[in-house]
Design a protein around this ligand. Structure first.
Ligand code: PLP
Length: 420
């Protein structure tokens, strides 16, 4: 990936905004004029203008159709799943939307572990998002497996050599994140999947910080299984349902641990024994949260319209702008990059570490300057979103962060917090 030319002035950033082919999408999201620069779209995406109408349409259907509405709603996990799949390079029939990411991760990880019953080891990443590590710990404890954690390093991400060293013929499942939640480091999904398959293991990817920001080609990548959040770059709103992907060729051979009626053949026959549908529907469990799926559908529409290549092209430029200006303005104030040094390994967000990161993140929010987020112990994540963050906002955000890091009262606040 070629390195992008750096922005050298705010005027240049303004010119890039003027020429931005995605600029028109900014108005499809609600924002407050003169509000802080929002760099937290990887925690919770902004609300699309269309969401209220979509949810209100569902309320009308509920009022009008009552239980008959289920004739349509029953199709939503698969129909919206297919639309999410289009963003992820997955052909129809491999993605469903329901439940939380944690629950979907559990369902798929147990299915994979059971399918490799003779292999006692699960490979994970010591620096992965807590829920991923906890779910794997729980499965290892309950199913008599061992967890082998690679230490990917807090900024640079997992080296192929470290993963290769951990994956041997005792491994049944390799479960990693496509983009690290703290550093934004991007994993080489095709290379790791090939490595795992050579050893006879299955792969499960948490793509929460990739979906809707960085390019993912699930079918082409060789990944077996994947999950991700609906409320980050997919703009589904707080607690939006998660999506899960199971490669078509594997669906019939995998069994998930929650034997619910939504995965059952002829669901409304109320049959005696559990006999799951052959397709991806077998990874559903209970009644899906329909309002959440409708909101998620509204959230992904602008992404489908803009197309992931354009989204990624702008994301890279925004992240490059943040990284370049952070180096210039924040390094002299004691900040360090907490993202990969190689731009080609950076995903949709850029992180800095600083001893006062917690107090600075708070001060930026309290003063209405920038909404970023803090990740323990000392990282501030900056997540621009191609559909609604402008280049000028990214430029200004670093100035504002610099002003807060240079403010002695912020450091004093840290000292006070430690004492109390
Ligand atoms: C990588 C990753 N996985 C999972 C989750 C959360 O999962 P859940 O929606 O089940 O809380 C997050 C939340 O930020 C995350 O960053």
């Amino acid at each position: 990936v070629a390195e992008l030319p750096a922005f050298s002035s705010r005027a240049e950033a303004a010119e890039a905004d003027r020429l931005d082919p995605l600029a028109r999408y900014r108005d499809e999201f609600l924002s407050r004029e003169g509000g802080p620069v929002y760099l937290d779209g990887n925690s919770l995406g902004r609300q699309p203008r269309a969401t209220a109408g979509a949810v209100s349409g569902l309320l009308d259907e509920w009022a009008r159709d009552l239980v008959a509405g289920w004739e349509r709603w029953v199709e939503l996990p698969g129909a919206v799943g297919d639309r999410v799949g289009r963003l992820l390079g997955a052909a129809p029939g491999q993605v469903v939307v329901s439940d939380s990411t944690t629950v979907n991760l559990y369902k798929l990880a147990v299915a994979a572990v059971d399918a490799r019953a003779d292999r006692p080891v699960i490979v994970g990443d010591a620096n992965d998002f807590p829920t991923v590590r906890y779910v794997l710990q729980g499965i290892a404890a309950a199913h008599g497996r061992r967890l082998r954690l690679i230490d990917s390093g807090p900024a640079e991400g997992a080296e192929a050599a470290a993963i290769a060293g951990a994956v041997a013929d005792d491994v049944g499942l390799v479960c990693l994140s496509g983009v690290n939640y703290r550093s934004g480091a991007v994993a080489d999904v095709p290379a790791v999947s090939a490595l795992a398959h050579d050893a006879g293991a299955l792969t499960l990817w948490d793509l929460s910080h990739a979906a809707g920001a960085v390019p993912v080609q699930l079918d082409a990548s060789g990944a077996d299984l994947a999950v991700g959040c609906g409320y980050k770059y997919l703009n589904g709103g707080p607690g939006a349902p998660s999506w899960l992907y199971v490669r078509a060729a594997m669906q019939a051979s995998l069994r998930q641990p929650i034997w619910g009626w939504w995965g059952q053949q002829d669901q409304f026959a109320m049959g005696g024994a559990y006999d799951p549908v052959p397709g991806v529907g077998r990874f559903l469990a209970g009644t899906p949260a329909v309002a959440g799926i409708v909101a998620l559908d509204a959230g992904i529409s602008p992404l489908l319209s803009a197309g992931m290549p354009a989204v990624w092209a702008k994301t890279r430029r925004l992240v490059g702008l943040l990284a370049g200006r952070a180096e210039e303005l924040l390094t002299p104030l004691g900040a360090r990059s907490a993202s990969p040094s190689d731009p080609a390994r950076r995903g949709g967000h850029f992180s800095i570490s600083h001893p006062h990161a917690w107090a600075a993140t708070r001060a930026l929010i309290d003063r209405g300057l920038v909404v970023a987020d803090f990740r323990a112990p000392d990282v501030m994540r900056l997540a621009p979103v191609a559909l609604y963050t402008s280049y000028v906002e990214a430029w200004d955000a670093i100035d504002r962060i610099a002003s807060v890091l240079a403010d002695p009262s912020v450091g004093a606040f840290v000292a006070k917090r430690r004492v109390t």
